[in-house]
Write a new protein. Structure first.
Length: 260
């Protein structure tokens, strides 16, 4: 995963060749459970810490905002796996709408009228309040990580014009990216990730379009009953489980990088 993200342990000034890609900058202060000093780590250690921070940031924000197209995420209960060690994890669902009129597949559109007008959106600012969109070779104001636009577009997402615009397609692409690119623990590969959905075995499940999506008076999505013959709703589920190490002396937690 680290090969695809850009990590900056310190601020960087704008200028040619400064290694800053166009993308979303997330400061260390917005990354759950990550100290800015830890951005100087490398390899599996840094990957494990970033994975933990990104996954839990997404979970916390999506529980608060309940964005349209994302069923409520779940967090696995901690499970002891050894002395001062336990596993936990998160599961995300993504609902996409297939329109057979034009073959498009996208998240359900936000409602356009009623008291739910515009509801169901989530912005990257909701997830990481101090985040910013940066241009190629732009400045990085503080230690943090950049998720390049190329990563998002490679996994079917779109980059919002600003951090306050609807970022649901961006979020969906990030979740799929993480599933595909996080290294999983094996007998020869050290990682904090002990289990994850096999990205090559994801099977969408077909669902009926909920009636509240097209309610005549106050819909929760931007469709009407006349659209229903042309729409199909599919759901994909993604889970990631990681191992955490407890330090009783310092009363702290840290992701545990190890081989199986």
């Amino acid at each position: 995963m680290i090969n695809y993200l850009s990590v900056f342990p310190a601020s960087v000034g704008a200028g040619v060749g400064n290694a800053v890609p166009s993308g979303l900058w997330i400061g260390a202060d917005d990354l759950i459970g990550l100290e800015s000093s830890e951005l100087s780590d490398t390899g599996a250690i840094l990957e494990g810490k970033l994975a933990y921070a990104l996954l839990n940031s997404l979970y916390e924000a999506m529980m608060e905002t309940t964005p349209l197209g994302f069923p409520e995420p779940t967090k696995l209960q901690p499970f002891g796996v050894g002395i001062n060690k336990f596993t936990e994890g998160v599961t995300f669902g993504i609902l996409r709408m297939l329109d057979i009129r034009d073959g498009s597949v996208r998240l359900p559109p936000a409602p356009t009228f009623g008291s739910n007008l515009g509801a169901g959106k989530i912005t990257v600012e909701d997830i990481w309040p101090a985040s910013a969109l940066v241009a190629s070779e732009g400045a990085v104001s503080a230690p943090g990580v950049i998720i390049p636009n190329s990563v998002i577009t490679s996994y079917g997402g779109t980059v919002p014009s600003s951090v306050s615009d609807d970022g649901r397609e961006w979020v969906a692409a990030l979740i799929v990216f993480l599933i595909h690119r996080i290294g999983i623990r094996t007998a020869s590969t050290a990682s904090a990730i002990t289990r994850r959905t096999d990205p090559l075995a994801v099977r969408p499940t077909g669902l009926s379009v909920p009636q509240e999506y097209y309610d005549a008076g106050n819909p929760t999505a931007g469709i009407t009953s006349s659209d229903l013959p042309f729409l199909r709703l599919i759901r994909e589920n993604y889970s990631i489980e990681y191992e955490v190490l407890v330090n009783p002396d310092t009363q702290t937690l840290e992701v545990n990088i190890a081989t199986s």
